[in-house]
Design a protein around this ligand. Structure first.
Ligand code: ATP
Length: 231
């Protein structure tokens, strides 16, 4: 279980509060207006923004003692953070060994991860020779290989067209099922939340609200969500 316990996060003048638990393995969408604090919430879980107050607990352990690299977390950003000078296989291998000391077994795992995301032939290419959708798949393969129990996605597919984005969301769903990871995905598209997430966190007015079943939230939107949706 991931628990925000009376958490207060601050960036400059901006303050965000969160106080709720979410079960391991849940698929959460994080939605809300621009500047409402969605990325702030993810950065805190990843360890790049220590809470001003309260604790973030994973399986009962306060994450504050762990630096970002030691947290049970993989984070994917929109730019996919692929290194242009490394091959696809090496970029994925970074998920296993930051110094790229890869064993035969590691290379087998990389090949399996590439298969899983539908890119079996691309191991020796460099990111510059891939389409946007293929880059997104490589980044996902790296996350798959790290197999950390929390996967944070900060609008990772927003640059992709609608069909490709849906394909990637389905792939993330599959990956999350394979690894049993808790997924928190920031998105500006309510359709993403409805397609992907069993629960949704609305971030608005300085509060990351308690996760609500996605279908209930959209069937009966609270005022802040209605304003955001423009309905
Ligand atoms: N380094 C910083 N210093 C000061 N204020 C910051 C900093 N980073 C973010 N903020 C402020 O914190 C607030 C929340 O930002 P955040 O990026 O979390 O919002 P968001 O909901 O992810 O927005 P968007 O949907 O536009 O990406 C914003 O008002 C932003 O201006």
């Amino acid at each position: 279980m991931l628990r925000f316990e009376d958490v207060v996060l601050q960036q400059g003048d901006f303050t965000l509060r969160a106080d709720w638990p979410v079960a391991s393995g849940a698929k959460l969408a994080v939605i809300g207006p621009s500047g409402s604090g969605k990325s702030t919430l993810l950065l805190a879980v990843a360890g790049f923004l220590p809470p001003m107050q309260g604790r973030i607990l994973w399986q009962g352990q306060d994450l504050a003692v762990l630096p970002p690299g030691a947290r049970p977390v993989t984070m994917l950003f929109q730019d996919q953070n692929l290194f242009p000078h490394l091959t696809v296989a090496q970029n994925i291998g970074l998920g296993l060994s930051p110094r790229l000391r890869l064993t035969t077994q590691d290379h087998d795992s990389i090949a399996r991860a590439l298969d899983r995301v539908g890119l079996p032939e691309m191991a020796q290419r460099r990111p510059g020779a891939l389409s946007g959708g293929q880059m997104a798949r490589v980044a996902l393969a790296r996350a798959l290989l790290r197999a950390r129990p929390i996967l944070l996605l900060d609008e990772p597919f927003s640059a992709l067209g609608p069909a490709l984005k849906d394909e990637m969301l389905d792939l993330v769903t599959g990956v999350a099922q394979d690894t049993g990871a808790l997924v928190m995905m920031v998105s500006h598209d309510p359709g993403d939340a409805q397609r992907f997430a069993d629960q949704t966190v609305l971030v608005a007015d300085g509060i990351a609200c308690t996760p609500t079943p996605t279908s209930d939230l959209f069937a009966n939107p609270p005022p802040a969500l209605r304003t955001y949706l423009g309905s």
